[in-house]
Design a protein around this ligand. Structure first.
Ligand code: ADP
Length: 160
């Protein structure tokens, strides 16, 4: 059984994340989407909101499950879930340095866990959660970039 974890902040989940999850789901028997409890970045959405929005966005995928990482290193979380792969998405060159460093560090910590990268497709190459928050803050239309539930949640956050 091939099990993978896909860790991230998902603050909020975008169509780019969902694309990686859909494509990753085809490669693994079980895919855990892992939301960090203590993200170093200040998050807009609470953990509960991020779980809810992400779960709804992938609800049709039977072997995908959204879980929370309880103050654990990703490699330890992977091991505790029986996963041998950490899945990550790569957008432009800007992601490379950070992702490479992270993958190397995780490989040093746990050589038996592999990091697998899926490249973003053309349509989602320039999508980021922070960009979505910026657009929504100024009442821009994000409906082409995020799942429906996230469009509404962003509107609610920035409604005065
Ligand atoms: P983190 O805070 O761990 O970077 P993110 O939620 O920003 O969490 O991203 C999680 C993963 O998804 C990262 O590997 C990131 O590169 C990838 N990712 C983010 N946006 C996209 C996108 N539009 N297309 C493909 N992969 C993406």
């Amino acid at each position: 059984m091939r099990v993978a974890v896909y860790p991230g902040s998902f603050d909020p989940v975008t169509n780019g994340h969902v694309d990686i999850i859909r494509r990753g789901a085809k490669l693994f028997d079980k895919l855990y989407v892992v939301l960090g409890k203590n993200v170093s970045k200040q998050s807009l959405f609470t953990l509960e909101e991020r779980i809810d929005l992400t779960s709804k966005a992938v609800a049709d995928l039977a072997h995908v499950e959204v879980i929370v990482s309880e103050d654990k290193l990703t490699v330890d979380l992977a091991k505790s879930m029986g996963a041998s792969v950490i899945l990550r998405g790569l957008r432009a060159a800007t992601d490379f340095e950070y992702e490479f460093t992270m993958a190397m560090t995780n490989a040093k910590l746990s050589p038996e866990i592999e990091t697998v990268f899926l490249t973003a497709d053309n349509e989602h190459m320039y999508l980021s959660s922070s960009m979505m928050k910026e657009i929504a803050k100024f009442s821009g239309d994000v409906s082409n970039f995020v799942p429906k539930g996230v469009v509404d949640a962003l509107k609610e956050k920035f409604d005065d």
